[in-house]
Design a protein around this ligand. Structure first.
Ligand SMILES: *Cc1c(COP(=O)(O)O)cnc(C)c1O
Length: 429
């Protein structure tokens, strides 16, 4: 449909001609306008299709990164009927209830805390925790933990926003309990809390020293620990076997609280394996102070998130790791994965390494099984109706590059779709 340059096609007519793309008319009008402005009316359809493909949709994660930040971290299924919920109604008394009470109490129980509240993510939990406990007062942090998590979340900046004042102690590689003690004892300071921030996405190796949780908990100010990942209990009672070795150094909520921390804060969608959320759990009085801060209202989640967290917490309490997709994927054995890869009947079966991802456990790799096909097929796989996200292995020069699909993060229900896609790729190239 090319019109003469002096008479561009009518935007409305062009938009109607691509109605089959399935977008609402105003969006088709935008696509038509953009195409006409670019002097290429024929491109309206591809612009509209590109817009449509930007909409949130399920994708198949074949990267082997279990918590893939670009793919929504922990996957989980949650459906809510079109019905009211008892979000803030106590069905026993008929009185107004608290939206946090149920999911918060379940998570608290699952990690051995007295109480817990829930906000939108861990960044919000840190903001509320510091605001609730230390506004206008001092917070002591080790210089080795003044971290940036990603997406501009920097501890010193969050601290400033919370209204708390940062006191840095120690050095990048070595900090001792005495460094914290001196800051607390200094009469010029008004220390409200000691903050520990887990080095989620980096490690400091070599000549290092850091105080234990118990040492920090013994100081004259409550210890608040941003543990980040939401690993609930280092004994992993929700798994059938022993805790995986790759979790050995990851701080867990229960053990951090048992070690004397007043509060722990963590994400809902990292190792916890639930929806995006932030949890503040621990001493009931400290939790109450956070909940009483005016920001708590601004940071509170809605019923969709609370119901999904409730389901995740119930799975932990039932010790049913299979009901939590992250733990199900993390626990798959190489033999199970190889059997599935065999059934694909396409490509080459290769040993690969999965990673937990999500800015957790830097350097940790979990042996896995992949299917490799020749060349860089990422774009073709991404372009499918059911997009598949894969990675490329550049290999050694003689072998050339291959596209590798790690089975650990592919839902078994998608195996047939993936195998079919690989078959059609390899038959056309
Ligand atoms: C991931 C992480 C955060 C941020 O969590 P979000 O839920 O993404 O806001 C904060 N602190 C630590 C230590 C983390 O690992």
């Amino acid at each position: 449909m090319s019109a003469p340059a002096d008479r561009p096609p009518s935007v409305d007519k062009l938009a109607r001609s691509i109605a089959d793309v399935g977008l609402p008319h105003p969006m088709l009008v935008d696509a038509a306008r953009a195409a006409i402005a670019a002097g290429a009316p024929d491109s309206a359809r591809s612009i509209a299709v590109a817009t449509s493909r930007r909409m949130l949709r399920p994708v198949i994660n074949a990267t082997g990164t279990i918590l893939h930040t670009n793919l929504g971290r922990a996957p989980m299924a949650w459906e809510q009927p079109e019905r009211y919920t008892n979000l803030e109604l106590d069905l026993t008394t008929g009185q107004r209830g608290s939206r946090m009470a149920t999911a918060g109490a379940l998570i608290a129980k699952a990690c051995g805390a007295e109480d817990a509240i829930i906000v939108n993510n861990c960044a919000a939990a840190v903001l509320l925790g510091l605001g609730g406990l230390a506004e206008g007062r001092d917070v002591v942090v080790s210089r080795s933990e003044l971290v940036e998590i990603g997406g501009g979340f920097r501890i010193p900046d969050v601290m400033a926003r919370s209204g708390a004042n940062l006191i840095e102690v120690g050095t990048t590689n070595r900090t001792r309990a005495d460094d914290f003690r001196s800051a607390i004892d200094d009469p010029n300071n008004d220390v409200a809390v000691v903050l520990r921030v887990h080095q989620s996405n980096y490690t400091i190796v070599g000549f290092t020293e850091a105080p234990t949780t118990a040492q920090l908990a013994g100081l004259d100010a409550p210890l608040v620990a941003d543990i980040g990942s939401g690993f609930l209990d280092s004994r992993c009672p929700w798994l059938k076997g022993d805790p995986p070795g790759w979790l050995a150094d990851e701080p867990a909520a229960r053990q951090t609280l048992d070690g004397g921390a007043g509060l722990v804060m963590f994400s809902g969608d990292k190792l916890f394996g639930g929806p995006q959320a932030g949890i503040i759990a621990g001493d009931a009085e400290l939790v109450r102070k956070c909940a009483a801060h005016p920001l708590a209202r601004a940071l509170r989640p809605g019923s969709l998130v609370l119901a999904a967290l409730q389901a995740t917490a119930l799975a932990y309490l039932a010790e049913d790791g299979d009901a939590i997709p992250f733990w199900r994927m993390a626990s798959l054995t190489v033999d199970q994965l190889r059997e599935r890869a065999d059934a694909y009947g396409v490509g080459e079966i290769v040993d690969v390494m999965s990673t937990p991802g999500g800015g957790t456990l830097p350097g940790v790799e979990i042996p896995s099984i992949g299917v490799a096909v020749e060349g860089d097929q990422r774009e073709a796989l991404r372009g499918l109706d059911h997009p598949i996200i894969a990675r490329v292995d550049h290999g050694d020069r003689s072998a050339g590059e291959t596209t590798v699909l790690d089975l650990r993060t592919i839902h078994p229900d998608d195996d047939e779709v993936v195998a079919g896609a690989l078959r059609s790729l390899t038959s056309t190239t």
